[in-house]
Design a protein around this ligand. Sequence first.
Ligand code: ARG
Length: 269
Amino acid sequence: MRPTIRAALGAVALILAVPASAAADESVVGGKPVRPSQSPWAVALASHQRFGEQRSGQFCGGVLVGHATVVTAAHCLGREVLGLPWQEVKDLRVVVGRNNLTAKEGQEVKIAKVWVHPHYNSWTNEDDMAVITLQERVPNQPIQIAGPNDGVYEAGNTATVYGWGDMTGDGSYASRLRSARVNVLRDTVCARAYPGSADGTYNAASMLCAGEPKGGRDACQGDSGGPLVVRGQLVGLVSWGTGCGRAGSPGVYTRASALLPAVLTHGAG
Ligand code: ARG
């Protein structure tokens, strides 16, 4: 089954899931809670109507790259996740400044405009990116998108992925934001892992992959659209993968530098 379909079936919350064996040395599932305010640019996409009241209606992640600009994965705004076109989700919101989704802190901000990459391909997962313009500027600190030639994209770098969500893969969603450390991998390794299957096809131009040789720490369904960060800069958005935390099946991310033209054109700054 395609990850996005699984995500929809799983009611799409974020998860940082790992096999039970790997879970032991980290907190619950390969990640650990993030201190509130440590990652003010990590935001949640939410709809109370579609996903319930309990966890603020969270269904995907997103990243504040300007005071009124959020980037996320294109597939988060697709039918497979939302069940209907995003235009018909009347209470689509971006939740900012809320580490604990069961609390009321921060704001649920309305959306002024959505741009989804016109070439997003739900089969290969190519160009899995979207830019959301908020109806108002928020005070929370945005993160910088790393430029294409920045060394932060180099294989071997330690990256941190952030997300809320299912901590076991069976529907027990985290209330608080969690993070997990993963290694940026070589494009040749990513391409070998994903030469093309029903899950997707690796393409270095718009993707990057990260994981651990033995598996373990990873992003998972529901983390989509959320940030992958190296040295304080955004390098990726959670996009897809085969399973979660499996050896030989790293997490695949939308390459953040591929977002730059779209953010300049469609973002609000
Ligand atoms: N497509 C998933 C989502 O909608 C994200 C999957 C990421 N998977 C991984 N193994 N890193 O949330």
